[in-house]
Design a protein around this ligand. Structure first.
Ligand SMILES: NC(=O)c1ccc[n+]([C@@H]2O[C@H](COP(=O)([O-])OP(=O)(O)OC[C@H]3O[C@@H](n4cnc5c(N)ncnc54)[C@H](OP(=O)(O)O)[C@@H]3O)[C@@H](O)[C@H]2O)c1
Length: 317
């Protein structure tokens, strides 16, 4: 299943690879670099051609890994990276924002170097900086396009009024925001905005950071260095309560002879032609399952049943 990237003339496979978890956030935070490179190359062989990273993942190491993995295969892939989130404390995952034009220009130079490319395909503002008018941040990013350092622009977690403001300055090729069976907020307004503006909606954490796959049972505990230990939805009582969601996905998966992860991804992709998903994984087996999910079409009954799942306990951040 291939889908058009924003208003561009480029199609990508609907399931990309979110590379964050190869160096950051989950497990012990990182996989051996050679294993990460091998996984990305396996993804390319399977037809995946959209890879998502950010300067803050690592910080900085994930871009190097992705750059190394795509060397010699550059023309086959769309490389997406991000600026504008600045790590203030790695131990607690505390972030600040960096939306000033000077920061964005420096960040872009850094990303180009670490990725080892002359141009970034899709460059996102990772978060809007409340201290900087968004027009200034977006204007600086549009200059990067004019200079040939970036091909297309995207923004993460923006709301409709912000999208309206920035799209007057330069087209928004992609909005990257959380969308999954337990995070549906953006279906009401941002996805319709994307549809009417020819913008891709790139669904991040489409597997609910692993929860929707059924791998996280009641009683699971997260080490302090696992990012999920900071999220209300992953506190013990929420994990226990939210098993109802997992059980219902598992039942549908069982009937379809699919995995829960595949059902969760198929539901995200069924939200419309503008939607792309970027699940993350460290394992080739999961990667293969996620790629295969692009061919899994839910029946109207399954789609409805999934749409009626209860809202989760616990805020997402
Ligand atoms: N813009 C933003 O602010 C933002 C925020 C978060 C994420 N992102 C992007 O979105 C990407 C994906 O999000 P994410 O990695 O946070 O969450 P995710 O894709 O929802 O979930 C990743 C988790 O699911 C597990 N998994 C993957 N495929 C599986 C399968 N087939 N069966 C069972 N388990 C499976 C992975 O396990 P293993 O690791 O053990 O394989 C990992 O623990 C990131 O890599 C990043 O690029 C962006």
């Amino acid at each position: 299943m291939r889908r058009r990237l924003g208003g561009s003339n480029r199609d990508v496979f609907a399931v990309g690879l979110g590379c964050m978890g190869l160096s950051w956030a989950y497990h012990d935070r990182s996989l051996d670099e050679n294993a990460g490179v091998e996984l990305i190359r396996r993804a390319i062989d399977l037809g995946v051609d959209h890879f998502d990273t950010a300067d803050v993942y690592g910080p900085f190491t994930n871009e190097k890994l992705v750059g190394r993995a795509v060397r010699g295969r550059r023309e086959r892939v769309v490389l997406a990276t991000k600026c504008g989130l600045v790590l203030e404390d790695a131990a607690t995952y505390r972030y600040g924002r960096g939306g000033s034009p000077a920061h964005i220009r420096d960040a872009c130079e850094g990303s180009l170097k670490r990725l080892g490319v002359e141009r970034i395909d899709l460059y996102y503002l990772h978060r809007i900086d409340p201290k900087v008018p968004v027009e200034e941040s977006w204007g600086a990013m549009a200059e990067l396009v004019a200079e040939g350092k970036v091909r297309w622009l995207g923004v993460s977690e923006a709301k409709v009024p912000e999208l309206e403001r920035i799209s007057r300055i330069h087209p928004v090729t992609a909005v990257q925001s959380e969308l999954s069976l337990w995070t549906r907020d953006y279906l009401q307004d941002v996805l319709p905005w994307c549809e009417s503006h020819g913008t891709s909606f790139v669904a991040f954490a489409p597997l609910g950071r692993g929860f929707l796959t059924g791998a996280i049972s009641a009683g699971a505990r997260f080490e302090p260095e696992d990012f999920r230990s900071t999220l209300p939805r992953f506190r013990a009582e929420a994990v226990a309560e939210n098993q109802t969601i997992v059980e219902r996905i598992r039942a549908i998966a069982g009937r379809r002879g699919a995995t829960s992860a595949q059902i969760a991804l198929a539901w995200v992709l069924a939200q419309g032609d503008r939607v792309l998903a970027i699940p993350g994984t460290q394992r080739a087996e999961y990667l293969e399952q996620n790629v295969a999910a692009a061919s899994l079409e839910l029946t109207p009954d399954e789609f409805e049943e999934l749409g009626a799942l209860p809202a989760p306990v616990g805020a997402r951040y």
